[in-house]
Design a protein around this ligand. Structure first.
Ligand code: FDA
Length: 312
């Protein structure tokens, strides 16, 4: 119920306008978002790299409504790739196709993605296409397979979500094309007609897809904070003699930092997804929806502020 409400609120721009300049909301967002500006995000990446953790930078922002906004988001991505290269950071980028104009026109989106991927290719870098709600799954995969991957095989990859019924067959599709996959559980509000309603089924499907990707995939990203699944990945690769260089774990900025560092100490590859930018509200709401304890944390802060305690 709470999860559904938070996911509903994540799609309400009016609520964002209300919280955008709220000091407490911004303070809370800082736990999950590296800042509103690129230079703040680059500082966060540097700190992660110093701990042996690689990064994927995400400029927050979802569907754009006109061509100018799409070009502007793309030009920010070009700058991000330039800065990563100049500062020799161990980082790549994650992009949402709706931020690159997919809802305006597919041709616009493809043309913009050629610019971004061309720049990534020049730097031998990598662009991950984040996966959005199920309304975009097929369009994203088709556009990737037909228009982008054939040209930039080493520089672009996809995300698959274990909450969707279709994902095990999409994993097979990805194995055939030999493309890189990030596997996550999925963060959007989806109907039972397309997604497992029961979390246990989502987790079981994750493990099933993860086994296939670890054995047959091309450098999969195991993107989860779930300690049971992470332990299963470790057990599975040890049992099947899969080298640690053939995959990486991935987690979100600010979540389970202890486990991120522990996995690095144990010799596993670890990449942290580092979101930044002014459009942090939908992202923050999805993180709250994943863990109701986060709502209690923010409510506690608001209450303390109301009664005059400003130390937290
Ligand atoms: P689960 O939600 O079961 O959580 C397992 C444990 O992790 C919890 O018990 C808790 O300890 C910790 N945890 C999880 N979320 C937390 C939070 N918000 N705050 C504090 N602790 C938390 N989704 C998508 O739809 N498209 C995408 O492109 C991506 N991309 C992506 C990249 C990367 C690197 C990651 C790690 C995740 C994504 N996701 C995503 C989000 C993903 O789908 C999922 O919503 C979150 O990772 C939470 O699911 P877990 O796998 O962590 O498991």
């Amino acid at each position: 119920m709470l999860r559904s409400t938070l996911l509903y609120l994540s799609n309400q721009p009016r609520v964002f306008r209300f919280v955008r300049n709220n000091r407490l909301a911004k303070k809370f967002a800082k736990r999950f978002v590296a800042g509103e500006r690129l230079d703040e995000a680059l500082v966060a990446v540097k700190a992660l790299n110093a701990k042996g953790i690689t990064a994927s930078l995400d400029l927050l922002g979802e569907s754009v409504t006109n061509e100018r906004e799409a070009h502007s988001a793309a030009s920010e991505y070009l700058t991000i790739l330039d800065r990563i290269h100049e500062q020799q950071l161990d980082a790549n980028v994650s992009v949402k196709l709706t931020a690159m104009g997919l809802d305006i026109s597919e041709e616009l989106c493809v043309s913009i993605m050629h610019d971004v991927l061309g720049r990534a290719q020049a730097y031998s870098s990598f662009v991950r296409l984040d996966m959005e709600s199920s309304a975009y799954t097929e369009r994203t995969l088709r556009l990737f397979e037909e228009r982008l991957y054939p040209v930039y095989k080493a520089n672009v990859g996809i995300v698959l979500q274990s909450y969707l019924y279709r994902t095990s067959s999409d994993v097979e599709r990805a194995i055939q094309t030999k493309c890189r996959v990030r596997l996550c559980k999925g963060a959007y509000k989806e109907p039972a007609s397309v997604a497992f309603p029961d979390k246990r089924e989502v987790d079981a499907n994750y493990v099933k897809c993860m086994h296939v990707l670890l054995e047959q995939g091309t450098y999969p990203g195991i993107a989860t904070h779930d300690p049971v699944i992470i332990n299963e990945a470790k057990r599975f690769v040890a049992e099947h003699g899969i080298d640690r260089s053939r995959f990486e774990f991935q987690m979100l900025y600010g979540i389970r930092r202890d486990m991120q560092e522990q996995l690095v100490k144990e010799g596993y590859g670890m990449r942290v997804y580092v979101p930044f930018g002014t459009q942090w509200y939908p992202y923050l709401m999805r993180r709250l929806a994943e863990r109701p304890a986060n709502v209690a944390f923010i409510t506690g802060n608001v209450m303390r502020e109301m009664i005059g305690g400003r130390k937290s």
